[in-house]
Write a protein that binds this ligand. Sequence first.
Ligand code: DOR
Ligand code: ZN
Length: 405
Amino acid sequence: MEAFHGQFYMRGEFREKYVVVDRGVIVDIKDEKPDTSVTSIPGHVLPGGVDMHVHFRDPGENEKEDFRTGSLSAISGGTTTVCDMPNNRIPITDITTFRSKLSAIGSRSFVDFGLYQAASKEIVPDAIGQKIFLGKSTGGLLTEVDKCIWQDKVKVVHGELQECIENNARENDSLVSHDMSRPLECELEAIEGMFKFRLEKVHMAHLTSLRSLEFAKSLGFTTEVTPHHILLNSSANISSLGKVNPPLRKKSIQEELLGNLESRAIDVIASDHAPHTLKDKEVFRDAPSGLPGVETRVPLILSSYRKGLISLKKAISSMMERPAEICRINKGYIEKGFDADFISINFREIGRIKGEDLHSKCGWTPFENFEGIFPKLVFLRGELVVQEGEAVSSSSGVFLNAKEQ
Ligand code: DOR
Ligand code: ZN
């Protein structure tokens, strides 16, 4: 048993408390000093970040990323839990591929992690949820939704309708033409198409406009946006580094999203961390879609809070609480029964994001020179794992099963 003392974010405000932790789990929260060793945490203490949408490329494409570098990048940016996508070189569609992915990851993760399966004719009981591709993206997976078997777990949908993508296909050599080749209507059609399947626990990933978020919410889905769709648009001067599916949209759509971050139509802000090498990105037309973001998600949104673009309550619900609830894991809250994952923040210390300082293997960011508030300290299940931007522990992340209901 040990205790942590500090200003903890609890139910919407900071409270000075002693948080008692036993074997990594919060067992008590007290006003008075308990009779056990106490570690003081400076600054404001938030729950560790939960990123329910990352692509760590392991196994199969380790020149872009692996679980060690991806998870190091995550904890360095205040994210202590990730859920990793199944579009590996060999897609994760069944128990055999799932097991071999888990054993390839081994004990190399610095963060706790769940793994999705691609929705298929086989159920993987240990998967955190199922991924549905309604349109092809990097990796080329396409889900035959009516032939799949379902679990009572989250179903994360890549919502761009394949038929619509094919109808709009064109040579694309810029962010503007990439947007035209996969227009917003493909997203709206996918949301509508998903409704027809009458599935439970549908989560629409990386929606790109306020209109799509409100539409998805009105149909009973949970929703997700990314920092890149909130903060970047197709006029950004970043060429193929901004090539991503779904595409960055035009400025007016992005600014409407940025102006409505408090909307109830937004459940989750996830990174969709999808690194590719700079070499892959050399020629726009041939460049694969995807960009890194797991390390910059929490810092960018905390800095948006400082600028008055989002409330702290919404930042924490969308980056910690809601993703943990949707994936059914004991994370995201500083409360009894939850894992003791903490990040300590000094809101006055605003840094600048530099690709060369980040820990992803790809070595670049589309947010070069953006402001970010990085955590000073990071604790995973009560253990100090990051201090002043440096990892100070070995990789101690564990595999998370989704709770059975
Ligand atoms: O841009 C994207 N990149 N969108 C996806 O859906 C997949 C991702 C990747 O894995 O690179
Ligand atoms: Zn993705």
